[in-house]
Write a protein that binds this ligand. Structure first.
Ligand SMILES: NC(=O)c1ccc[n+]([C@@H]2O[C@H](COP(=O)([O-])OP(=O)(O)OC[C@H]3O[C@@H](n4cnc5c(N)ncnc54)[C@H](OP(=O)(O)O)[C@@H]3O)[C@@H](O)[C@H]2O)c1
Length: 343
């Protein structure tokens, strides 16, 4: 079994101006790639069963496809497939130890499933963060994470306690950098005041299928758009991250294929789906590449996290690196996905 990262960037900087832009994250982790691979689909089902040889082969093919398109950043969480995503990835690392130093390994903690102590809940208490990271490292079979994200805001979180957990993890060499996920501007600023090393990433649900963080900036005074669920809560989040060099990572960037398939499951998605296909053909790229290129055109240099584990779809995502979208196309897709003209 051989997992070899692409020896060169898939598209040269000369032909692709967008690749000459540095990701904010590269200031801290120079190896981080423009596209990230999300490992949530690895390891089989979401239950306590063990992973199998088939799951290992599936993970191997997906990781190989991701490496082929230049991905170096692999995104995990302790909960993915009940820990099996990390375990099966750990087995790949065990079989090819040299891979560890060539990738950026990221995981998350803070979500707990229902157990004897309570229902599904978030836990960003100091001891829980440290214990969760220790368990992730055991499953991954590595001695360190390059980046740890707090998976979701915990209403009971206390910044000083989180700072203490980060300090414990860093002093033991277990984690080198820290970030958050699903947090808005106020939460990031609040945490950062307590931390002696600033947060370097924020992973949000963001893309053509999840426009709220963008709508928060464009439609805050539009009555119709202002009622879109959740949009206003994200006010200032993209701007804060852009200003402070916090890497925005986008989960659900492919919107689970809503715009890249041959038909739209929901008729309301059809105008955006048709436009994705029309523009993809016009620019000679895959629909997946076009959907990701839309996100990557944002000046915050958003890093999409690819969620498909199908090798062909993963390779199709590589086309995102071939295209810098025009302002006109960007707005046409934005309007089509919103389903309404801008105010
Ligand atoms: N921070 C968070 O709270 C959070 C939440 C969710 C996910 N994530 C991370 O972000 C990554 C991506 O998130 P996501 O899985 O929601 O995003 P996604 O890339 O939009 O969706 C991928 C999922 O949709 C399925 N899918 C079905 N048809 C598809 C198509 N035509 N094209 C692409 N995918 C299709 C995929 O199955 P196949 O594998 O069969 O293609 C896969 O299960 C995850 O792997 C995880 O690392 C983070």
């Amino acid at each position: 079994m051989s997992l070899t990262p692409a020896a060169h960037a898939p598209v040269s900087a000369a032909t692709n101006p967008s690749t000459t832009l540095e990701l904010p994250l590269q200031r801290h982790l120079p190896k981080a790639s423009r596209l990230a691979f999300g490992c949530m689909g690895l390891g089989g089902s979401w239950d306590a069963t063990d992973w199998t040889a088939d799951h290992l082969a599936h993970a191997h093919a997906a990781v190989e496809a991701a490496l082929d398109i230049g991905v170096t950043l692999f995104d995990h969480a302790d909960i993915y497939t009940f820990g099996k995503a990390e375990s099966v990835f750990g087995e790949l690392l065990r079989r090819q130890p040299s891979l560890r130093d060539r990738i950026v390994l990221q995981s998350k903690c803070g979500i707990r499933f229902a157990d004897a102590q309570g229902p599904k809940r978030y836990d960003l208490s100091s001891d829980y963060i440290v214990t969760a990271v220790e368990a992730s490292l055991r499953r991954l079979g590595t001695d360190r994470l390059d980046l740890l994200l707090l998976h979701r805001p915990d209403p009971l979180m206390q910044p000083d306690e989180i700072a203490e957990a980060f300090q414990r993890l860093r002093s033991r060499g277990l984690v080198s950098h820290f970030g958050v996920s699903n947090m808005h501007a106020g939460q990031i600023a609040w945490l950062n005041r307590a931390l002696d090393q600033p947060l370097v990433a924020n992973q949000l649900e963001l893309g053509l299928g999840h426009l709220e963080p963008i709508d928060a900036g464009t439609c805050f005074n539009d009555r119709q758009a202002g009622t879109r669920a959740g949009a206003l809560a994200w006010g200032g989040t993209l701007e804060l991250c852009q200003q402070d060099g916090i890497q925005l990572q986008a989960w659900s960037a492919l919107a689970r294929g809503r715009y890249t398939g041959d038909t739209a499951a929901d008729p309301r998605d059809e105008p955006a789906r048709a436009l994705v296909h029309q523009l993809a053909e016009q620019h000679g790229v895959s629909p997946e590449g076009l959907v990701l290129a839309w996100l990557m055109r944002h000046p915050a240099r958003i890093q999409p996290v690819i969620g498909t584990s199908q090798p062909a779809r993963i390779r199709a995502c590589g086309d995102a690196l071939k295209l810098t979208m025009s302002r006109g196309d960007w707005y046409a897709l934005y309007e089509a996905a919103r389903g309404a003209a801008l105010p």
